[in-house]
Design a protein around this ligand. Structure first.
Ligand SMILES: C[S@@+](CC[C@H](N)C(=O)[O-])C[C@H]1O[C@@H](n2cnc3c(N)ncnc32)[C@H](O)[C@@H]1O
Length: 349
């Protein structure tokens, strides 16, 4: 039985699923979920992420992590954590970049937080036994400052969707179309929501906000910073951002459950507000501004000087990461941190 057939049988028995329940099944169902069975990141897979675009991305995050550690007073032990590390490319590039930061590696207790068994296996192949694995952040011991990075993690944490109809807010749910397929429908919303224009779509991700709270609480207690990079909004707003990607093409999110990556935009204002409620501080930049402040222009020039024959491809990679029509503006770099300091690149102008 496919996931589509199983979900259809479940809906027939117990009623429609919220979009968040549907996302969770599509991504994490142990038998058929996308990340549980077939995650395919990279040019030959379903989607491409910034660490795959260029080594510069992970290297500059390494520069950021090493400067953060210095600004924190070079703690003798700290947790260097990556959440949702994919195939391990970002951490590999980060670790190569921080070799020059004296004492950083010796002080780092390195953890990867990963829920996908196939991706954890790839990470083991790429990173060997210098790192440890956890399935949730709670398993990473506290009691030491934290430097955490996560690229494109928030977008795979599920969200519910609400639509403002002429009769008020309704929740968008996944039901049956009568021919064995799935279709969207509306049921009365169970949440109080601020008024908006008819047709507006409001997304609410309890899991994104919960991660903001967990990180905020931990950063206040242990000190440090969390860098969350993703495509998403930097101010509250409306819009339907549910998207399924298969072999680099957008597909109908209901067409092939479990066989495509399924995402919503990161809701950075909600994540930042949740962290701030715990007493943490937060700041946000576009990916273009963040990478520029870390010196991506100079890094690209250095790579071109070393390999002039690669200048055209390095130029294309740079444009992909920072171009306003590429990832530069849509993607944001959000930093949650303990309130006693300002992490690198996030100083006020
Ligand atoms: C879109 S991929 C990004 C991979 C990598 N960070 C990159 O930029 O190439 C999402 C990653 O988050 C992981 N993931 C999804 N849900 C997760 C969760 N709840 N906790 C930890 N990791 C999760 C996936 O298995 C995958 O490694």
């Amino acid at each position: 039985m496919s996931l589509l057939e199983r979900l259809a049988a479940q809906i027939a028995q117990t009623g429609p699923l919220t979009v968040a329940q549907y996302m969770t099944a599509c991504l994490h169902d142990p038998r058929h979920g996308y990340y549980a069975t077939r995650p395919a990141i990279g040019a030959a897979g379903d989607f491409l992420t910034a660490p795959m675009v260029s080594q510069m991305f992970g290297e500059l995050i390494g520069v950021w992590a090493a400067s953060a550690w210095r600004l924190m007073g070079e703690p003798a032990t700290f947790r260097l954590v990556e959440m949702g590390p994919g195939d391990g490319t970002l951490m590999t590039d980060l670790l190569r970049a921080v070799r020059l930061a004296d004492g950083f590696i010796d002080a780092a207790d390195i953890w990867l937080v990963e829920t996908s068994a196939p991706l954890a296996a790839q990470q083991v192949r790429n990173l060997g036994d210098n790192v440890r694995w956890a399935q949730s952040l709670d398993e990473v011991p506290d009691g030491a400052p934290l430097i955490l990075v996560a690229n494109e993690l928030l977008d795979c944490l599920p969200a519910r969707q609400f639509v403002r109809t002429s009769a008020g807010w309704a929740e968008q749910v996944v039901g049956l179309d009568g021919e064995g397929g799935l279709r969207f429908g509306l049921v009365p919303a169970g949440l109080p929501l601020p008024d908006a224009r008819e047709g507006s779509v409001h997304e609410h991700s309890a899991m994104q906000a919960a991660l903001g709270s967990t990180l905020g609480e931990r950063l206040v207690r242990d000190g440090g910073a969390a860098l969350l990079i993703d495509y998403g909004r930097d101010r509250p707003g409306f819009g339907d951002t549910l998207q399924a990607l298969r072999r680099h093409q957008k597909v109908d999110p209901l067409a092939c459950p479990g066989e495509a990556d399924l995402t919503v935009h990161a809701d950075f204002p909600a994540v930042m507000a949740a962290a701030e409620r715990e007493g943490a501080a937060s700041a946000i930049l576009t990916q273009a501004a963040f990478l520029a402040r870390l010196g991506i222009g100079e890094r690209a020039e250095a790579l071109v000087r070393a390999r002039p024959d690669k200048a055209p491809s390095i130029g294309r990679q740079l444009h992909r990461l920072v171009g306003g029509d590429q990832m530069g503006e849509l993607f944001k770099a959000c930093c949650l941190h303990s309130p006693d300091w300002t992490p690198p690149a996030f100083e006020e102008d």
